[in-house]
Design a protein around this ligand. Structure first.
Ligand code: MTE
Length: 573
């Protein structure tokens, strides 16, 4: 395995030249990106993203430009490494061909080490060593190339297995190939372990999932249902509701479960599940939950973004029941005017023990018309394991990311959550911002979501017979912040002319329209067309409308993708 460290100048020049030629082309990345030396397929360990980028912007660009030129590039990189090695005398040709790395501290790959020696190598200063199975690796030079950033340091001085078990995308041949390049030796025989020791799978207790899901990542599990089931059910069935997990699903015993309510100067409370049921009135709210990344795949078609490639079904509508958060907070003496934010921590934790966490503004939490719930039921059943059993937060009108599942701790604060998902994720940026220039501190965390709609039937690319007199188009429409959908316009000719769809769904109170509207348009099939470009756009009660195209709202994380939804169908003679 070669390091890109010594090929960087060559790469940068080549990338700059090729960038504009190949921008937006994804097919080759999927085939080759994992084979490009320091451009492994990455999963953002916090998001479960499975795509080609490293968080290092020039890596990201590698993924973006490998179209057709990939073979040349790979060959070029390799040759360049060899040439540089030969001329600079820092590394021998043989070393390059053996995928050895130049390094002052690099030891022979056949050396043996004790585990105690490996543990000494936990810092960049001491060089960072890890083990995988029985082998020892010096990954110091890979750290800045690691797609998941500095989280790789969690494994410093120890075994990779528990981390790879957590972020299963690592278990791929090309990742092993990359690792091999950093091998410096083996563990001594006393310390050789059974191959599967410490490699217990944190996903072993994950629930069964519906086979119809389109799985975006399996570990952590992220999946969306076939889009047509959405418009077929006002309340999305629990087993087909999209699932968005950043970490393994925690296995929580409802009998020992406790929810901690805390805040400086307020009396803390520890509630059992039974107490949440019995001490507070039960409220039921029909609310739509949408992931900020819903429809991200349309942004990917413009230019590669970082994130799971969600289609149009990372959204669902359910009836949620539980205690109102404002009742629980009031019971411990929380006063809205004394605080700014309410924080939620999940019981799902990463290997460093950091839980999934988020916060919402105090006014939303304390507003009895805000309908924020500590939900224990979904569509009349106990909350399913994937959706937060035994208790999750439902924050109607607000981005899915703040609807914390498996909630174990709630506290009030003057500050916003410092969690990764609040500060360095789920924020929107200008299309001009890229991974070179992004500064997450400059954008507010997404809370209310914008107006949205999509066509769930017919499917993009499907056919209709020219003998049909009519065509029926169906979909969903929803807006954040409790804004009701008041109209959906549908076009069969790419937006030149429009017809108004009929809406169905429960009437909810003004400013509290948390649930989506389903819509249908049945119209005469246009005569003499070989292809129809069907478009939908929704209008909410503030007369917000969706933007007509994706490019002007493109952002590097691929969030808030809510342009007019377009599909193309063929009319068969
Ligand atoms: N809560 C916890 N504890 N862990 C998570 O990974 N994912 C969030 C949110 N709450 C998440 C979480 C995100 S990004 C979304 S979109 C919703 O849960 C998805 O909820 P669902 O899986 O019930 O559809």
């Amino acid at each position: 395995m070669l390091s890109l460290g010594c090929t960087r100048p060559f790469m940068t020049g080549l990338l700059k030249t090729l960038r504009c030629l190949t921008q937006g082309s994804n097919s080759f990345q999927k085939i080759f990106a994992g084979r490009v030396l320091a451009c492994p397929q990455s999963t953002d360990s916090k998001t479960g993203n499975e795509h080609w980028h490293t968080g290092k912007r020039w890596h990201f660009t590698v993924a973006g430009l490998l179209t057709g030129t990939g073979g040349v590039l790979i060959w070029g990189l390799h040759k360049n490494q060899v040439e540089r090695a030969k001329t600079k005398d820092t590394i021998s040709t043989e070393q390059v061909d053996n995928h050895e790395m130049p390094s002052g501290n690099r030891q022979s790959g056949s050396q043996t080490y004790t585990r105690a020696e490996v543990i000494q190598h936990k810092t960049l200063a001491d060089r960072v060593w890890v083990t995988y199975l029985n082998d020892v690796y010096d990954i110091t030079d890979f750290i800045e190339l690691h797609p998941g950033g500095e989280r790789i340091m969690l494994a410093a001085g120890g075994a990779l297995e528990p981390f790879w078990a957590m972020y299963a995308v690592h278990k791929q041949e090309h990742v092993l190939d990359i690792l091999k390049g950093y091998k410096i030796g083996e563990l001594c025989s006393e310390d050789k372990r059974e191959a599967n020791l410490n490699a217990s799978d944190p996903y072993i207790k994950e629930p069964q999932r519906h086979p119809a899901f389109r799985v975006n990542s399996s570990k952590p599990f992220n999946a969306e249902p076939p889009a047509d089931i959405l418009a077929a059910n006002y309340l999305t069935p629990n087993d087909l509701f999209f699932k968005r997990n950043h970490l393994p699903v925690p296995d929580i015993n409802p009998l020992t479960y406790r929810l901690q309510i805390e805040g400086e100067g307020i009396k803390s409370l520890s509630l059992s599940l039974e107490e949440i049921h019995s001490k507070f009135p039960k409220h039921t709210v029909i609310a739509t939950l949408q992931c900020a990344g819903n429809r991200r795949s349309e942004m990917n078609k413009i230019k590669q973004v970082k994130g799971l490639d969600w289609g149009i079904a990372a959204i669902g509508n359910a009836s949620w029941s539980g205690a109102k958060l404002c009742d629980v907070l009031t019971s411990v003496g929380v006063k809205e005017e004394e605080w700014e934010h309410v924080h939620f921590e999940g019981l799902d934790k990463d290997l460093s023990g950091t839980p999934y966490a988020a916060s919402i503004p105090i006014h939303k939490a304390m507003d009895k018309h805000g309908d924020v719930l500590l939900a224990y039921e979904m569509n009349g059943e106990d909350l399913p394991k994937d959706h937060g059993f035994p208790v999750r937060v439902i924050v109607p009108g607000i981005v899915g990311a703040r609807n914390v599942k498996w909630v174990g701790r709630i506290f009030v604060s003057k500050e916003e959550s410092t969690s990764h998902w609040q500060q360095n994720d789920y924020k929107g940026f200008s299309p001009s911002v890229d991974w070179d220039t992004v500064d997450f501190r400059t954008a507010p965390a997404i809370q209310d979501l914008p107006v949205q709609s999509a066509i769930t039937e017919p499917h993009n690319g499907s056919n209709i017979s020219a003998t049909c007199e009519e065509i029926t188009v169906k979909g969903y429409a929803w807006s954040g912040g409790g804004r009701e959908i008041i109209r959906v316009d549908v076009s069969l000719d790419g937006g030149k002319s429009w017809q108004v769809a009929s809406l169905t769904g429960q009437q909810q109170k003004a400013g509290r329209a948390w649930a989506w509207k389903l819509w249908t348009l049945t119209a005469p099939l246009p005569i003499g067309q070989e292809q129809l470009e069907i478009v939908c756009k929704a209008v909410d009660s503030s007369y917000n409308v969706q933007p007509d195209t994706v490019a002007p709202i493109w952002n590097l994380r691929g969030v808030l993708s809510n342009a007019w939804h377009r599909i193309y169908i063929s009319v068969q003679k």
